[in-house]
Ligand binder design. Structure first.
Ligand code: CP3
Length: 344
């Protein structure tokens, strides 16, 4: 089986020769090649110059031997195109200078057109050419709740007080904002698919701050709007909701062919909650990559065993690779997943 088929087949729950593996945030600061390039460009420049985005996307493909490439970009790129004033500051991550907290600011936002993100579709076209005969390309977007949390809070948040305040106190404004974001995400993902993305992942990184009832009322309908709109696209959708392991049934009901799970739940239990009609992606604790190789070995074998040889497991971390991760442990992990999951 070619490396190009392994991941796509697993997304469709077809038989594979060994479990495919890729890692969220597989391109980034844990790699020397990335840090070298980052000396020359700001983070946003790296996202916006297609040739640079191409080079960074390829770094883990060439160095680590993963089974899928993920476009190098950021979930906040389409948000900027909506009229948000975005900065990436050293140490603080994304900062939004015009947070959306009232009707007046909401009215300054606009939907996007594919031409607004032409550098993204250009990077995808270059990548498909570069990746021919190698591995498939994943496109991605943030989910409405996660994007709204940045737009309303103005950056990363601990308690999500402002966005939850809007949910409870200004439900009409919240609903308008979430619908606008959902429409933007549909346009954005369709543009990526038209340009050549073979799979798309929806990242709901911060939705775990919601309890099950609030998830159902305030996040699920808007994510479902996106997965419904992509149903005819012919491209598998991975839906990753971080911190949502106590209500994976609802996450699965929001749609996606593959459900990404974090490390806070056993993979077999997660699959029971999701149901056998969906593939699953996960779920090693990213911090385990900081442990010794014996520990990594033990945990990888345990996850592969919980998948039990069923079709439709894609190995990944439960969240992104952290910057202090030793690159040799990442390489060790990928080879190990292949070795222990080889179907004989
Ligand atoms: O997975 C990949 O290799 C593709 C690249 C990718 C990045 N961001 C690169 C990045 C992807 C898929 C993302 C998505 C993203 N961005 C998410 C969802 C994934 C997740 O981890 O939950 C989120 C929440 C963001 C928002 C964001 N972007 C934050 C919070 C930060 C700061 C984090 C930090 O550790 O500084 C970023 C910046 C960012 N995005 C970097 C990279 C490589 C670091 C930028 C730098 O070099 O300074």
């Amino acid at each position: 089986m070619s490396r190009e088929d392994r991941f796509l087949k697993a997304c469709r729950r077809e038989e594979v020769d060994m479990t495919p593996v890729w890692l969220m945030r597989q391109a980034g600061r844990y790699m020397q090649e990335y840090r070298d390039l980052r000396e020359k460009y700001s983070f946003l420049e790296m996202c916006k110059i297609p040739e640079v985005a191409l080079e960074v996307t390829m770094q883990p493909v060439n160095r680590i031997g993963i089974d899928a490439a993920i476009l190098f970009s950021d979930i906040l790129i389409p948000v900027e195109a909506m009229g948000i004033d975005l900065e990436f500051t050293e140490g603080r991550g994304p900062v939004i200078n015009n947070p959306v907290r009232d009707e007046r600011t909401y009215k300054t936002l606009r939907p996007i057109e594919p031409a607004d993100v032409g550098f993204v579709t250009d990077a995808i076209k270059l990548l498909r050419h570069e990746l021919k005969g190698k591995v498939p390309l994943i496109g991605f977007s943030g989910a409405p709740f996660t994007l709204a949390s940045y737009m309303v809070e103005g950056g990363h948040s601990r308690n999500f007080l402002t966005i939850k305040g809007m949910m409870y106190q200004a439900p009409g404004l919240y609903d308008s904002l979430m619908n606008l974001i959902a429409d933007v995400v549909v346009t954005y993902l369709k543009a990526q698919i038209d340009a050549g993305a073979q799979v798309v992942q929806i990242f709901d990184s911060w939705v775990g701050c919601l309890g099950p009832d609030d998830y159902e009322a305030f996040a699920m309908p808007y994510t479902k709007k996106i997965t419904d709109a992509l149903k005819g696209s012919g491209v598998p959708v991975i839906h990753f909701a971080n911190g949502a392991s106590t209500y994976l049934d609802k996450v699965a009901a929001a749609g996606g062919d593959v459900i990404g799970v974090d490390w806070r739940v056993d993979l077999d239990r997660a699959w029971d909650a999701i149901g056998p009609d969906k593939a699953i992606q996960g779920n090693l604790d990213p911090v385990a990559l900081m442990a010794g190789q014996d520990e990594i070995d033990k945990r990888v074998r345990s996850i592969v065993k919980k998948a039990g040889g069923r079709n439709g497991h894609i190995f990944n971390l439960g969240h992104g690779v952290l910057p202090p991760t030793p690159v040799e442990n990442v390489k060790y992990l990928v080879d190990l997943v292949h070795e222990v999951s080889l179907r004989r």
